[in-house]
Design a binder for this molecule. Structure first.
Ligand code: HEM
Length: 422
């Protein structure tokens, strides 16, 4: 009998067959042919990849990285690992609005364009600006909780997790409340088009969403030019006016980066809140621990980000011939950085398959790292902490009603619907 790494005793036969399965899982893995089992629970595959093929060549010629250290190396070197997607997205999107949108947003650009746009956006997401949002955020969360209490139950996604970021981002750009209705649908359609493989229908939906979003933003920007808001609080006014040094966005950069901001802060944060409430419900001892020690909310949010990262995949393109993880990658090769796998790498995290809400240190990669590290992470953390802690304080014995419905995406991991009793 041997001990496995989580301390469970296994017989050699069973162990060998687990190993053979893992080897097979790793060998069969193809980012363009994902199975329903993978969507339900990708972690056995990620583990198999880390153990057997941590730097794996995909049938489509791209590389898939699963180890923490390899991801950090790629994220930290913007010269060798480019974020510019013009070449990569050209065959996928052709000359479409989706192409124009994704190749103009800052996350898919390299310095110097990236540096200039990021400086403007970071200025608008300063710690002071974010701290000022806290009272409104608490009031919003409490309002939603009041409605849920009155109903005696809710869909955790529609009635809570998704309702928070849409309001926060809407406030950030000062989108009139009565005009926020279509934002979530546009966002889901545009981000959905980033999945490894998309149908003709998803492509058409994504393009329609960019078109409608641009049309709406042109009106919003025009109104804001005529009547500017307070640049200290209103990100759109700040992006229109630019920085003191004369740094400004072009019209195209302005519109596409507004779409990007509205999208970036939206589904990811919805998933942080939804994944958190589901994970706590599935780990009652950790839930109880948090209820008894509310001060653990900060480490809880970090652990949820690590354990069920809302953004599971990142992408880069090699600019030169590169040696990484024992393999040589040719210049101009797409590389997928698997955040979901790196965040459960036992070389970085002890007992990584376990949810431990007090975990410290917890240097997860849920927000990436390096030059492109998430510009909205302070805001996402604040939203996650307020939403989850207040939900738990109000409804300590909430329980899921039936199985939650997954979003069915590989890149953005979360739920579409989570019926719940409170
Ligand atoms: C739990 C919530 C969130 C997660 C997991 C998340 C994750 C990420 C990740 C992994 C990246 C890096 C992409 C890369 O390097 O390829 C990123 C970038 C970014 N995120 Fe977030 N994000 C979240 C919330 C937000 C929010 C609330 C905002 C804005 C209000 C935001 C704005 C951005 C921006 C502007 C970038 C691009 C930064 C750059 O390229 O320099 N994110 N995010």
């Amino acid at each position: 009998m041997r001990k496995s790494e989580n301390g469970i005793s296994v017989f050699p036969k069973e162990y060998d067959s687990m190993n053979a399965n893992a080897r097979e899982l790793a060998a069969d893995f193809d980012i363009e042919k994902l199975t329903p089992d993978f969507y339900a629970d990708p972690y056995p595959t990620y583990r198999a990849l880390r153990e057997h093929q941590p730097v794996k060549l995909m049938p489509n010629g791209s590389w898939f990285l699963a180890r923490y250290d390899d991801l950090v190396a790629a994220y930290k070197n913007t010269r060798l690992f480019s974020s510019d997607k013009k070449k990569e997205f050209s065959p996928k999107y052709g000359a479409s609005l989706l192409y124009e949108h994704h190749t103009t947003s800052l996350v898919f650009n390299d310095p110097p364009v990236h540096t200039r746009v990021r400086r403007l956006i970071m200025g608008a997401l300063s710690p002071r600006a974010i701290a000022e949002m806290e009272p409104d955020l608490i009031a919003l969360v409490d309002r939603l909780l009041g409605t849920i209490a009155a109903k005696g139950g809710a869909d955790l996604i529609e009635d809570f997790a998704a309702a928070i970021p849409i309001e926060v981002i809407g406030n950030l750009l000062d989108v009139p409340r009565e005009e926020r209705g279509p934002l979530r649908g546009w966002s889901l359609a545009i981000l959905g088009a980033l999945e490894p493989v998309i149908s003709a229908e998803a492509f058409a939906r994504g393009n329609r969403a960019v078109n409608d979003f641009l049309g709406y933003l042109q009106i919003l920007v025009e109104r804001r030019r005529i009547r500017p808001g307070n640049p200290e609080r209103d990100v759109l006014t700040r992006l229109i006016q630019g920085e003191g040094g004369g740094e400004r966005l072009t019209e195209k950069e302005l519109l596409h980066n507004c779409i990007f901001l509205l999208n970036a802060g939206h589904e990811t944060t919805t998933n942080l809140i939804g994944n958190g409430l589901v994970a706590l419900s599935e780990h009652p001892a950790e839930k109880k621990r948090l209820i008894e020690n509310p001060a653990l909310i900060k480490t809880t949010v970090e652990e949820i980000l690590r354990f069920e990262s809302s953004n599971q995949l990142g992408n880069r393109m090699t600019t030169e011939r590169i040696e990484l993880g024992g393999v040589t990658m040719a210049a101009g090769t797409p590389v997928t950085l698997c955040i979901g796998a790196a965040n459960r790498d036992p070389a970085q995290f002890s007992d990584p398959e376990n949810l431990d809400i007090g975990r410290a240190p917890n240097r997860h990669l849920a927000f990436g790292t390096g030059a492109h590290q998430c510009a909205g992470m302070a805001l996402a953390r604040l939203e996650g902490a307020i939403a989850i802690s207040r939900f738990l304080a109000r409804f300590p014995s909430y329980a899921l009603k039936g199985a939650p419905i997954r979003g069915g995406r590989a890149r953005f991991r979360g739920f579409l619907s989570v019926p719940c009793r409170v």
